[in-house]
Write a protein that binds this ligand. Structure first.
Ligand code: PMP
Length: 302
């Protein structure tokens, strides 16, 4: 992720990652009370570097911090400028961007009066690879929204993601699919999901899942491409009757599934709506196709 020359943005300064210090006595490290984002930048067809949906990601970071009562005193526009500067200083174009908001020294459960922010960037290939995935319906459920702010991208929620992902891999699968506390399909450890049935797409409704920015992009693309899509509640058994399915997320992008619990999906991925959306997503992030509301070329890029 980093070497001795890597630069991070830390509380308004550009510093070497190897020289930056974090406090060992805080709520983020000890209790998981922190929030973060996962963002990507792309080398576009126009030859510049653009952060995809930067505003949406930094707005979600603010919402996540507010959901956890963490002070958040930064402006989205300034953080986007800082992110481009970190990319420039690290000479990165196609990059993964990880802002993290963490607490100061405080081992109590009391509110903090300030927070820290670090923005790290590194090169990352496909998070879940290129191959169709063999997915396991996980014995782990997503956190109960009655006990957690599930709409926040909170550090501590990822204990659940790691448990589910490691369990699936230990059992010989590529990735886990988690249900919600009622047993309805929710999401992957780090991605949302869609399935195709009879020419239409379905995705779990909001409430028990992270409101994914890629999920929203896929829904926008469906609208542009006249693909029918519905948000609804469904079980793992219903999902096993699907024609095809895919995960989507900033890191994963759009990646198809081969099977769920060894039940193979009958539709050839190359003939699926997921494949169409995989290409449309790639064209959108690299600006081969611009979103209708962005035809003015919003955002300057590097
Ligand atoms: N669900 C979870 C649990 C995630 O960690 C992610 C990745 N941030 C997603 C869904 C997908 O969200 P996005 O499309 O905003 O990256």
């Amino acid at each position: 992720y980093y070497n001795e020359n890597t630069i991070v943005y830390l509380n308004g300064k550009y510093v070497k990652a190897s020289e930056a210090k974090v406090d060992l006595y805080g709520q983020t490290m000890h209790y998981g009370l922190g929030v973060f984002e996962g963002i990507r930048s792309y080398h576009t067809v126009h030859g510049n570097t653009k952060i995809f949906k930067a505003v949406e990601h930094y707005d979600r970071l603010r919402n996540s911090a507010e959901a956890l009562n963490m002070p958040y005193n930064w402006h989205t526009v300034d953080l986007i400028d800082a992110t481009y500067e970190v990319l420039r200083q690290n000479n990165l174009q196609d990059a993964y961007i990880r802002p993290l908001v963490y607490g100061p020294a405080n081992m109590s459960f009391n509110l903090n009066s300030e927070s820290n922010i670090v923005i790290e960037v590194w090169e990352m290939g496909k998070f879940l690879g290129d191959k169709l995935l063999r997915v396991l319906a996980s014995p782990f459920q997503r956190p109960n929204p009655g006990g957690f702010k599930i709409e926040a991208k909170a550090c501590g929620h990822y204990v659940n993601s790691i448990l589910a992902s490691q369990d699936a891999k230990a059992k010989g699968y590529d990735e886990a699919l988690l249900t919600d506390m009622h047993g309805f399909v929710a999401e992957g450890p780090g991605a949302n999901m869609f399935y195709e049935k009879d020419g239409k797409l379905y995705t779990p409704a909001l409430g028990h899942i992270l409101p994914g920015i890629t999920r929203a992009t896929v829904i926008e693309l469906c609208d542009e491409l006249n693909i029918a899509v519905e948000e609804k509640t469904f079980t793992v058994d219903e999902l096993k009757q699907a024609d095809a399915a895919f995960f989507c997320g900033t890191a994963a992008e759009v990646i198809g599934w081969e099977s769920l619990d060894k039940v193979k999906f009958p539709l050839d991925w190359n003939n699926s709506l997921g494949k169409v959306l995989q290409q449309a997503y790639k064209d959108r992030v690299t600006e081969r196709s611009l979103a209708p509301e962005r035809l003015d070329g919003l955002g300057k890029g590097l």
